[in-house]
Design a binder for this molecule. Structure first.
Ligand code: C5P
Length: 222
């Protein structure tokens, strides 16, 4: 008998567009490995800041990135990235990382390293008995898994997204990060052709998840 299909679900969108909540819910409901790729960019940013290597230091940044050993550990249904054997802590949500992360994320060498690492997580998910993976980020449906079984692009009014972040007690640079993420040369934040675009401004999380879940279920039980 053929093995059951391993499906890939890509969820992209700007900050506070609803990616995290919806991807975690889908992960729980369908036993999919959950991957928050924003946390990877944040962890590497925190590490480079710690080492004192700036995003615009074209001489020191590439070798510093190449020296990082990236491995994975499972926490519940989520894949956590280890840098040199250690998972980053709360510092990745700090104001300093919010301010710098989009500048590091625009560096092609960093995106190339994470592209290979992220694609490798499909094998990690298979080995750990998941039925697929749900990966959230900015370029998952456009660059990492352009042939994903389901590709969603979430967006919402910036004012509403700022209210969501403030409601979580977080200070974030949503508009500035979106501006840099959308205008960079390598893998900019954009809705790729063929992806399902969902405006979450006036729609409840439950409604968004139900729409996505119907598409995922159709792929799992063809
Ligand atoms: O998702 P989150 O807001 O935590 O992402 C932090 C930053 O990481 C984004 O603003 C973006 O600069 C970068 N990022 C990216 N590509 C991804 C995920 C995140 O460039 N796939």
């Amino acid at each position: 008998m053929a093995p059951p299909p391993f499906i890939i679900v890509a969820i992209d969108g700007g900050a506070a567009s609803g990616k995290s909540s919806s991807s975690r819910t889908l992960s729980d409901r369908f036993n999919l490995l959950h991957v928050d790729t924003g946390s990877f960019y944040r962890a590497i940013t925190a590490e480079m800041l710690r080492q004192g290597v700036r995003a615009d230091d074209h001489r020191r940044l590439p070798p510093a990135l190449a020296a990082l050993r990236l491995t994975t550990r499972l926490a519940g249904r989520s894949a956590e990235m280890e840098i040199n054997g250690r998972v980053a802590g709360d510092e990745i949500r700090s104001r300093e990382v919010n301010e710098h992360v989009s500048h590091y994320a625009a560096v092609p060498e960093l995106r190339a390293a994470l592209l290979a690492y992220q694609r490798g997580l499909a094998d990690f998910g298979r080995q750990h008995g998941f039925r697929g993976l749900v990966m959230e980020g900015r370029d998952i449906g456009s660059a990492i898994f352009p042939n994903a079984d389901c590709r969603f692009f979430l967006h919402a009014d910036p004012g509403e997204r700022e209210r969501r972040r403030a409601g979580q007690g977080l200070h974030d640079q949503i508009r500035e990060r979106d501006r840099i993420d959308s205008s960079r040369k390598t893998s900019p934040l954009t809705c790729p052709p063929g992806a399902t675009s969902i405006d979450t401004t006036h729609v409840s999380l439950e409604q968004v998840v139900e729409l996505m879940a119907a598409a995922v279920a159709a792929k799992l039980i063809p």
